[in-house]
Design a protein around this ligand. Sequence first.
Ligand code: PMP
Length: 338
Amino acid sequence: MTIAPMTIRKGFIDTIGHTPLIRLARASDATGCEILGKAEFLNPGGSVKDRAALAIIEDAVAAGRLKPGGTIVEGTAGNTGIGLALVGNALGYRTVIVMPETQSQEKKDFLRLIGADLRLVPAVPYKNPGNYVRASERLAAELAETSDKGAIWANQFDNVANREGHRRTTGVEIWEQTGGRIDAFTCAAGTGGTIAGVAMALKERNPKVRVLLADPMGSAFYNHYTKGELVAEGTSITEGIGNSRITANLAGAPIDGALQVTDEEALPVVFDLVEHEGLVLGGSSGINVAGAIQLARELGPGHTIVTILADGGARYQSKLFNPDFLRSKQLPVPHWMA
Ligand code: PMP
């Protein structure tokens, strides 16, 4: 085994990004393609959202909107909240996190343990004013008025500092790690920051790289990108991905199309990665890798396809890795837990 030269990282912030690109052996061997996963679960806060959190905070500081000791408010499925709270701790900002109560207990517990001020709200659609994103916007406006050090709304969905962060880091890293030998990129979208930023970075370097959005059931992106209709059907237990609207991060992004991936297709991929490759990932990574496998079958052998391993499975032990929960949803159970 060879070990890359190690340098000293200057703290939490300096440890975000530069994640490994991992060859997924079973998916590659089954399709004759090279299917590579960008190991975002190895970020110090445990997910791809550390990058967006840092990019949003740096942008707000540079613009003079976020002042020393100020407060960052955000509505999040959890991972962005974790990223913002940890970057906030490292740089001296408070965080207030508004989250739908349906998200995993592990993410709620973790947010509390790292000191975020967590506010849970009912899971209602964006058009309802009680929606977590809209509630966070109101709370940020209130706190901006009342707290002496000021407050900002991170606004990850429509703040394009999110996709710019991925364009400057994730996308460039993928290009460099593959030496430009990449035929296609696919991943799911929540805010769309990851797919949009990576798509921009890759297509600036080679416009022929294909970019496909992998969409879970219950999200409107698949129908939008394939039929021009922003409508959704079905449901998914995955968290942090899927949406019913085109965010500012997605608007105008060079995305060529979409793939639809069911939980029945994605979960066996997650379990297979645990059992045969020692990679313990969350549900969105299952959608991503299953999407890459679909795409490999469409393109045929000999192509290199990159996707995102967005977060780790430990965040979902009570759902994705809980046989009782899976059975209650008529979903597949890992055979060693059945
Ligand atoms: N996977 C997970 C686990 C996430 O938390 C998120 C962020 N909501 C995504 C994927 C989607 O990333 P993005 O917001 O950049 O589209």
